[in-house]
Ligand binder design. Sequence first.
Ligand SMILES: [Zn+2]
Length: 308
Amino acid sequence: MSEKGIVGVDVGGTNIKAALVVARTIKKRVILPTKTHQGLRSSIAQIQSAIEPFIDKANAIGVGIAGIIDSRHGIVKYSPNLRGWHDVKLVHILKKKFKKPVKILNDVNAICLGEWKYGSAKGYNNVFLFTLGTGVGGAAVCEGKLLFGAHGFAGEFGHTVIKYNGPKCTCGAFGHLERYAGARFIVARARRKMRKENSSLNDYHHITPEIIADEAKRGDSVSKRVFSEIGFYIGIGVANIINLLDPDVVIVSGGISRAGNILFEPVRKTVNDRILGKHNRIFKIIPAKLGDDAGILGAAYFATAYDK
Ligand SMILES: [Zn+2]
């Protein structure tokens, strides 16, 4: 009989990605729309449909989901991307349906676990990972343990204050990193500059942070300045994290983590100017390795192997 696997699931605001993970390797996968606009029942039904094809070949289920997740009690307290999700006993619902062990965790914690066990952070005991996308997420491994915090809020890097009198964030508070480094704010920064000077970005109907990164690499001065400015703000945030947690490695995940030096240079320079004891620390700031697979692999790992 062949070895049984684990179903790893990554529930996002748009899509649910699920896969059968056998011996740390993704064997088969499905992607379904989350259907969050149709409400709680529909999105739970979609999660079940994503798990269904693999369940006979699996011993357990691990689900990564955006929001405030009470992993200990298996409850999704709140999810910003999923309409109507408040205090949902997801573990209970999935256990009842599939009769297998189920664990859930925050999606960025799942990505961090995946990169820590199999990717860029492998072998390190103190890790900080952040994701750059629509929002800015974060997660930490401290002394070999994933950090959850008292209420499940640990690692919310996007909502750390980097400018004390800064503009209002999507969460309602002021001066948060996400207000600078969230995708739409990066694009808005580029658009403000494009109004004042020529840029190759004008050739695009729809601009994304990835396009701005590509044009920066081709030498467009507006795009280059956008990246040096957001790299500066991200660097302030990373310097605070390094001063606070003293990680071995800081991992940058998400689409624009592949931007290369155009992003990493201003981040590293800003960090070096702002940390205590830089000559006595050895740390790296590097891109994630596993892309979209990190969340699925991390959720699968959490389902059975993580016992802290
Ligand atoms: Zn915020």
